[in-house]
Write a protein that binds this ligand. Structure first.
Ligand SMILES: Cc1ncc(COP(=O)(O)O)c(C=O)c1O
Length: 404
């Protein structure tokens, strides 16, 4: 379809971020600009920090909201707490863990990379071993991407914390929660996370444009000796201004109003229900993949992500063709294979403001697009398997009913 041509009906947005922005949030962002130094402004901002702390599940942590995407939050977490030459450990198992490592290196950090097969995640035993060997405590931090969006893999952050503790090592724990926080359970305090980051365009159901950092007390203490250059992303400037409800520079006003609404919606639904909904939807997507006879990129159930399903296309096919066909023919946006996974897979993002029927639409569209590029999946098989999953009935029973 030519750019600009009218495309009737709705766009099915199933990339794993940006996600659908609900009408209520769109309306909340549709505001006249206001004076961000007015005496009323803190009434909007101060409760945002308190409510975000509930999302991160922290009592003593400090939340800062930057006008940036998640990448800015990565940069802020590292530069505010580290000095050039500091050693870090990071597991690499996908494009986002890779990019975070590269960012750290550009700031002069020495990153010890633990390569893990793409489709798996961080290995707590390997991390523990490396920390045990570091008797001089030269390693200053462990970096983990909680949910690797590129491969649909969730790592066990609690197990990484146990590994650090078992090694009796003082390294800080840095966690990327861009595609997990507000969709998959995340427990800043319980898991002893020191720096957690996220962005606005996934579980928070907003457009991209807010980079959110949450620092533990230990994380904040590390700021004192950190020598990495920082200016725009300086946490101290923010914390000082935020204390009274203001910002060190002009904030992204509509996004803050949208965030106010998003946090209210998450609280209305209840965080546990939000996580359960994401689990249910993900199980529907995984049932569809199984019915298609295809494989997930995630190698084992313990790596399954509840926010994104990455589906390997059979040998001889290109995932990019499926994505292109789905987009042109059905106005369905699926996620691409990135870097090492380019062409080998396509991804269905199922996070944020989403329900069963929306996901069934994407599964139906993926089926048709696959058939059109020659992948022989049975039409309706994925849809039926996901329906059965949502109804809580077994796919085998449904097949039997159909045969009778
Ligand atoms: C896990 C993860 N980390 C980091 C990023 C980078 O965030 P942003 O694109 O908001 O800068 C993304 C983006 O999709 C992501 O999925």
């Amino acid at each position: 379809m030519m750019a600009g041509a009218r495309r009737p009906g709705r766009n099915f947005l199933f990339v794993p971020g940006p996600t659908n922005v609900p009408e209520r949030i769109l309306r909340a962002m549709h505001i006249a600009m206001e004076d961000h130094r007015s005496s009323d402004f803190p009434k909007l901002t101060l409760p945002l920090y308190e409510d975000l702390k509930r999302i991160f599940k922290t009592r003593d942590g400090q939340v800062v909201i930057f006008p940036s995407s998640g990448t800015g939050a990565w940069e802020s977490a590292l530069t505010n707490t580290r000095s050039p030459g500091d050693k870090m450990i990071a597991a690499r198992f996908g494009q986002f863990s890779h990019l975070w490592i590269e960012l750290a290196r550009r700031h002069g950090l020495e990153v010890i990379v633990q390569e893990e097969e793409w489709g798996t995640g961080a290995d707590p035993a390997r991390i523990e071993e490396a920390l045990r060997q570091d008797t001089a405590h030269e390693i200053k931090g462990v970096m983990v991407v909680h949910n690797e969006t590129a491969t649909g893999v969730t790592s066990d952050v609690a197990a990484v914390r146990r590994a650090i503790d078992a090694a009796r090592h003082p390294a800080l724990l840095y966690v990327d929660g861009v595609s997990s926080i507000a969709s998959i359970d995340f427990r800043m305090d319980e898991w002893g996370v020191d720096l957690a980051i996220t962005g606005s365009q996934k579980g928070l159901m907003l457009p991209a444009g807010l980079g959110i950092v949450c620092a533990s007390q230990k994380g904040l203490a590390a700021m004192k000796d950190a020598k990495c250059a920082r200016s725009y992303f300086d946490l101290a400037d923010q914390i000082r201004a935020n204390a009274t409800g203001y910002f060190p520079y002009t904030p992204a006003l509509p996004l803050l109003h949208g965030l106010r609404k998003a946090l209210a919606m998450l609280s209305e639904e209840g965080l546990d229900n939000v996580f359960a909904r994401h689990r249910r939807l993900a199980e529907g997507a995984r049932a569809a993949v199984k019915a298609w006879g295809l494989k997930l990129c995630a190698k084992e159930p313990k790596w399954h992500s509840d926010t994104v399903t990455a589906i390997m296309v059979p040998h001889g096919f290109n995932g990019a063709d499926v994505i292109d066909r789905a987009y042109r023919q059905y106005n369905l946006a699926l996620g691409a294979g990135l870097s090492e996974m380019a062409g080998k897979l396509f991804r269905i993002g199922h996070l944020g403001d989403l329900n069963e029927l929306m996901l069934l639409g994407a599964i139906a569209g993926a089926e048709m697009a696959m058939r059109e590029v020659g992948i022989e999946v049975e039409l309706g098989s994925g849809v039926a398997a996901a329906q059965a999953e949502f109804l809580g009935t077994s796919h085998a029973k449904e097949t039997r009913i159909a045969a009778e």
